[in-house]
Design a protein around this ligand. Structure first.
Ligand SMILES: [Zn+2]
Length: 318
């Protein structure tokens, strides 16, 4: 756990805001016409997608447990005050909550959010098991290749990998503890998943990071939300963008999720946004964007409607 203390020091020494990248920030104007899927960033790897009165959540996490509690192996609990605060920005109901993996910064708040939104959980078998042990009433355990159609959403479940932190996937496997998850280490990674979400003829790929072992599929998308918290996920970024050829690239999981959302977006200590910018610049035809917390942005329709018909644009790299 020593590295967590290192992280704590690094965070407080080097934390930087999103302000210096204002030119990359996108958000709807107050009177913007909404003819596409609307995306709201919730912090960490959390998102809400909305279309025609329907909403979908991915990895909603508002509690933002402090680093010391994680490092010391203290009991961690969802923070009801912070969850309620965050959910003030969300649609009152939600069709489903998709979860990429079982770590606390993706799954801890899900049972509480399910209770408030009546959303159904779609996650790996181990994440569904954890959520149930933490009080979730139900869960749809999925595996790569599965497809779910809910409201306007078509959700394809894809395989993914998890970044290593100092050489290994953190909290990869469960210990002997099989009751209610209590400490950060009880919220095990399980089988990481990615999702391809389609609605309104628009395609959104989302993962929470990954390694070069398993790049995303060759599926051209309108928006790629790619976790870039740790070095592994930046190493695979070039290949991920080449496969997805997104119209928009939204790097994700870059903020310091040990600080409360009320402190504003601060980059995490192990992020490297200049590198993300360089990798994205090499992918012709992809526009790099950033979202700030709770400031919705509507994904514009592609000019030729079917993004997968776009001409592949390789060859600009060196
Ligand atoms: Zn994780």
């Amino acid at each position: 756990m020593r590295f967590f203390f290192f992280l704590a020091l690094a965070t407080h020494a080097f934390g930087a805001g999103i302000g210096s990248y204002g030119h990359l920030l996108v958000a709807d104007a107050p009177d913007a016409a909404r003819n596409g899927v609307r995306v709201t960033y919730l912090g960490a790897n959390g998102y809400q997608f909305e279309f025609k009165g329907h909403a979908l959540l991915v990895d909603p996490y508002f509690s933002r447990v402090d680093l010391l509690s994680v490092a010391l192996g203290s009991r961690i609990r969802p923070n009801v005050f912070r969850i309620n605060n965050g959910m003030r920005y969300l649609a009152p109901g939600s069709d489903a909550i998709l979860v990429t993996h079982g770590h606390f910064d993706h799954l801890l708040d899900v049972p509480a959010v399910m209770a408030k939104t009546r959303a159904r959980l779609i996650a790996s078998p181990s994440s569904v098991g954890l959520a149930r042990r933490a009080g979730a009433s139900s869960g749809d355990a999925v595996k790569p290749g599965d497809v779910r159609r809910i409201g306007p959403w078509k959700i394809r479940v894809l395989p993914a990998t998890h970044d290593r932190l100092f050489g290994k996937v953190p909290f990869a496997k469960t210990g002997s503890h099989t009751g209610e998850p209590e400490r950060a280490a009880d919220w095990i990674c399980g089988e990481p998943l990615a999702f391809l979400i389609e609605a309104n003829g628009q395609r959104i790929y989302i993962d929470s990071g990954g390694t070069s072992l398993r790049p995303p599929p060759n599926e051209h998308v309108d928006l790629a939300i790619l976790g870039v918290a740790l070095p592994d996920s930046r190493v695979r970024l070039h290949a991920a963008l080449a496969h997805l050829q997104p119209r928009y690239v939204l790097p994700s999981h870059q903020d310091d999720f040990f600080r409360p959302l009320s402190a504003g977006f601060q980059f995490g200590p192990l992020t490297d946004f200049p590198r993300v910018q360089r990798e994205s610049a090499q992918q012709n035809g992809s526009r790099l964007i950033l979202l700030d917390y709770f400031r919705p942005w509507t994904l514009p329709k592609a000019k030729n409607a079917r993004s997968e018909k776009r001409t592949p644009k390789f060859g600009a790299t060196n």
